[in-house]
Design a protein around this ligand. Sequence first.
Ligand code: UN1
Length: 487
Amino acid sequence: MSSPIQLYSFIDGEWAQGAGDAIESRNPARPAEVVAAGRQADIAQAESAIDAARRAKQTWAATPAHERGAILVRAAAIVDGAAAQWGRELAREEGKTAAEGVGEVKRAAQILRYYGNDADRQAGEMFSSPRRGERILVTRKPVGVVGVITPFNFPIAIPAWKIVPALAYGNTVVWKPASTVPLLAMRLAAALAEAGLPGGVLNLVLGGSAVGNAMLSHDGIDAITFTGSTGVGRKLAAAAAVRGVPIQAEMGGKNAAIVLGDADLELAAEQVMLGAFRSSGQKCTATSRLIVTADIADDFIAELVKRAATMNVGDPLDDGIEMGPVIDASARESITAGIEQALADGAQRMCGQTYTDGALASGYFVAPTILELSSGEPHVWREELFGPVLAVRRANTVDEAFDLANDSEFGLSAAIFTQDLTRTMEAMDALDVGILHVNSETAGADPHVPFGGAKKSGYGPKEQGQAAREFFTHTTTVYLRGGEAKL
Ligand code: UN1
């Protein structure tokens, strides 16, 4: 067992020993193993990080977009080069498989490259004017200091897709990552520092909710971007509204995959498995509900149960492992309690035993679980368990399948499996979601297109692509007119 890696915050361009309580991350597959350890920042350090970001903001905003972008592209190369090592560290700290961890680090590099190259593409817009001799320009400026609060489940990709556009468009950042994944946060900050990001432009503050609250109540923060639980997101949104600070909050999902009778069932089974169980179901875009038409239901459910029951669950760093643990003991407890509640409500467990001995019992493992519901067993159908649990219902008609999919307060993503163009086009209209996949799993997101949910999955503007530019900049509309020519 290697000794724990020392943790630091990164404030005003310096690595800083925290002055607050202890912080450590543990390997969720082997909870006795400490991955990284150090001290949290205290409130005074969080405030000095905000001050540093404020001092840096004018110079960074005035730095040509080409130069800002070049730093991000350099950081992309550093992150790419470290993908094999950091991906395994990610798997060790968060619990997703090493292949997913390496893929996630490469995705962070892709995000750095995309925004590094996008920064100088478009500086605003120009319109004609109803008045002679005039043009109307819409220029874009950074909003200022952005507070970034990120979750555990994508320890480097989600921070990248918030921090990188914020920086590309000229903002400075104060970032509080989830306290379970501080090592990967340090890695991303180090890559940006090594790439030449000036001091104070990105400040990493390790800590718990006290640090988040300090950011929320500080006048120096001009905007907040958050991804995490619905409960926390709503509290942050309320607090930001009181202070008049713009907020972007990505929250829960209860995403449905719909499988129609004419679908390519081999493809559908493969994709539903990936959507439900990759990252142990810990994605806001994971497939947690399956709606299958009655004509194929018996065979399709049996096929999924066969695949889930034989999945290779274990230490994410071992070869051939398909699913690792969930993040910590409280996640395992709440997911297990959700399964018990579903069974008490009348759901039928098709697969997913409880691990009672060996490494799977001592690590935070939850077996891939499929529950068939006879009607709307309320808890498991509506609440996001954020674990490897798939709730299945049968539909007699396509319309009923669409109604069941919409039967949720969330509307992040959905998937439909069919070969029928007409049904696909109906689904595009009928399904109330921010992201719709046709014949692919409910998870996944590209940096150049909007990401975010309908209904209560999100609050405020969406992320990524042009949507990111909208959130991280504000516009000045300039009525531009000359005078009488003198020369
Ligand atoms: C993905 O589906 O690959 O927290 C990304 C989450 C989402 C990101 C999903 N904000 O899971």
